[in-house]
Ligand binder design. Structure first.
Ligand SMILES: [Zn+2]
Ligand SMILES: [Zn+2]
Length: 370
């Protein structure tokens, strides 16, 4: 009897090992053949903690890991109202533009402030007050992980510039049980582990679409890394569109990145699932181009364009006020608008990908046709 149980357990273990080895070997990041370099696009990671708050590595080590992972910029967001010591570490390091804001604890939850001129005072603990202080100092305020353990209470006044629609750190905490079969991947295939741990952002996306009916809010994929920086740097990336390569002078480069974030001129992608460089979403109105993030007056002659020149299977969804209005499995999507609305793009991977099917690979910022 005992022998049978042992044999049964051994069999189960072998089946598990076979399954795991298959999963690990089958996983690879979808690559672009001869990936082009796009001089008008830079990539980086937003929302990171260092030893200057509750992270496990000092800023100097973190930025070195960012350089090893070919990032153009990172945005440290140590806890504090603000964290002056963390902000002081910013600069060009190892070819990476290291920016620093802070994650504020306020009465409604966690609010990330970035791009602000260093204040001579501490920010308020009141959410709306601190967001206005950040705005007065030319900064950006982003609602962090609105539905995680530290959730956000919304209130009537919405004056924030951005919202996190995915947060890697809260994904792990929420659904740890389903990750247990993937635990060995934590060491052997960290990128696979992180992709499997992601859960559907549908609640955040719904809220974001609702907010955008009245406001202009931009979406962020947030690493919220406290450790495990390398794999996190390959997971969620913010792709910013810029007019020219970043200058060597720190303040000038910093301004370019923050000006682009303020205008919503960026998209989010899960780059460890597939390389996302080259995605574009824009509108054409007569002679004028409407960039992603911009608002324009509705006009039925406006056309929307998506470029997704990727040599692997994907499907592009064009979404208007939260509803899919057009889709394409080609490298291009063209759409003539029929009504005003908030238009944005989600791209999903198809074929053999470890990304769960409800998780978008790319999320663009909207074009607002009011
Ligand atoms: Zn937080
Ligand atoms: Zn955080």
């Amino acid at each position: 009897m005992k022998r049978k149980i042992l044999l049964g357990l051994l069999l189960l273990f072998l089946i598990y090992c076979g399954w795991f080895i298959y999963q690990s070997l089958a996983f690879h990041t979808f690559k672009q053949e001869n990936i082009q370099t796009y001089p008008d696009e830079i990539k980086g990671v937003y929302h990171l903690h260092s030893t200057l708050s509750d992270g496990h590595k000092p800023p100097e080590k973190i930025v070195r890991i960012a350089a090893d992972n070919d990032l153009d910029f990172i945005i440290l967001t140590d806890h504090g109202n603000p964290n002056f010591e963390s902000i002081a570490t910013r600069g060009w390091r190892h070819g990476v533009l290291m920016l620093a804001g802070s994650e504020l604890s306020v009465n409604r939850g966690h609010l990330v402030g970035i791009g602000f001129d260093t204040p001579e005072y501490k920010f308020s603990q009141n959410a709306e007050e601190s967001a206005s202080q950040i705005a007065r100092l030319n900064g950006i305020s982003i609602i962090a992980h609105p539905y995680s353990r530290v959730s956000w209470t919304w209130g009537d006044l919405f004056i924030y510039s951005g919202i996190e629609i995915m947060n890697a750190s809260s994904s792990v905490r929420r659904d740890f049980a389903s990750l247990i079969p993937y635990l060995p991947a934590y060491i052997i295939r960290p990128d696979l582990f992180l992709i499997r741990m992601l859960d559907s952002p549908s609640k955040n996306l719904k809220k974001w679409d609702k907010l955008n009916r009245k406001h202009t809010v931009y979406a962020y994929f947030s690493a919220d890394s406290h450790f495990y920086y390398g794999p996190m740097f390959r997971l969620f990336r913010i792709h910013i569109l810029i007019k020219a390569p970043l200058p060597k002078e720190f303040d000038a480069a910093r301004n370019i990145v923050y000006e682009a974030l303020k205008k919503g001129s960026f998209y989010n992608a899960i780059d460890s699932a597939a390389e996302a460089e080259g995605f574009r979403f824009f509108g054409i109105s007569g002679e004028n181009k409407i960039d992603m993030g911009q608002s324009s007056r509705f006009d039925p002659s406006i056309t929307l364009h998506v470029q997704a020149p990727f040599p692997f299977k994907k499907v592009i969804h064009l979404i208007r006020n939260g509803e899919i209005v057009s889709e394409s499995e080609q490298d291009y999507l063209f759409f003539r608008v029929k009504s005003p609305g908030v238009y944005r793009i989600e791209v999903f991977l198809k074929g053999r990908t470890p990304l769960k099917k409800e998780i978008p690979w790319i999320v663009s910022n909207p074009i607002f046709l009011r």
